[in-house]
Unconditional design. Structure first.
Length: 261
């Protein structure tokens, strides 16, 4: 995927033009405080929201998968965890043959095993914890043989151990399967240690951070979009950045390759 001069928002741009290339085998972390435009950018990349300006080009035939937060799925639906994971294979199903095909079951079980939730495949989704539901959704993405994976807060309901396991799996997914992985997250520590690039969003919040109700007032007042930072984690994430965006001081340490294998 290539973006040139891409601007996102509702009726007005909330970020400056973005030049971005999402490559296969690479992991991009999209980071910013609440209201920074992360979700707006994600919706635009997925084709759910038209860009305000600029060009967004996807390679023809790419299979894209979106993994929402666990809270976006109604856990009360009477369905088993394994069934949810198998939905990642539905691309190959048809109206005339609305059943799993040869190899679908094996791919589904393999994805559940990779997330260490294979033992839960016969459990009703409503009986699982939030973290377990998120892992099942992640397994659904793995099962789909996707080319580009976009994940929204994939570890929001997980403990530290689960968080680290998921990001190591994401790193392996990008490295071993050549998948482009885009992660929108607040899990700064775990994500930064495995990401190849960081896209840091610092929006124009002078008129409500992109709220559509304030668009006309923002334009009339001449407000311009904020700023973005794009680059390797060790270049983008430093004390000044954290103080500016989050009001805290933090350090950064890159994991060795052996730690994410």
């Amino acid at each position: 995927m290539t973006a040139r001069g891409l601007q996102v928002g509702y009726r007005r741009a909330i970020l400056p033009p973005i030049d971005l290339e999402i490559r296969r085998g690479r992991m991009l972390l999209v980071l910013g405080r609440n209201g920074s435009g992360k979700t707006t950018l994600m919706r635009t990349l997925l084709g759910l929201l038209p860009p305000i300006a600029g060009a967004l080009d996807w390679q023809a035939g790419l299979r894209r998968a979106f993994v929402p937060q666990s809270g976006a799925i109604d856990a009360g639906v009477p369905v088993r965890a394994g069934d949810v994971a198998s939905w990642g294979r539905m691309r190959g199903w048809s109206f005339l043959w609305p059943l799993p095909r040869r190899g679908d079951r094996a791919a589904t079980i393999a994805s559940l095993r990779a997330l260490e939730v294979e033992r839960l495949r016969h459990q009703p989704l409503r009986d699982l914890s939030g973290g377990q539901v998120q892992r099942v959704l992640f397994a659904r993405m793995l099962a789909g043989d996707t080319d580009v994976a976009v994940l929204d807060e994939p570890t929001a309901a997980m403990d530290g151990a689960g968080e680290r396991a998921v990001y190591k799996t994401l790193r392996a997914l990008a490295r071993d399967r050549g998948i482009a992985v885009v992660v929108v997250t607040h899990a700064v520590s775990a994500a930064l240690r495995t990401a190849d690039q960081v896209l840091l969003l610092d929006p124009d919040t002078s008129a409500g951070g992109g709220d559509a109700r304030d668009d006309a007032a923002a334009v009339a007042a001449g407000h311009s979009p904020g700023r973005i930072l794009l680059g390797p984690p060790e270049q983008v994430m430093h004390d000044e950045t954290f103080r500016s965006l989050f009001g805290v001081t933090a350090g950064f340490e890159k994991l060795e390759a052996a730690d994410v294998a």
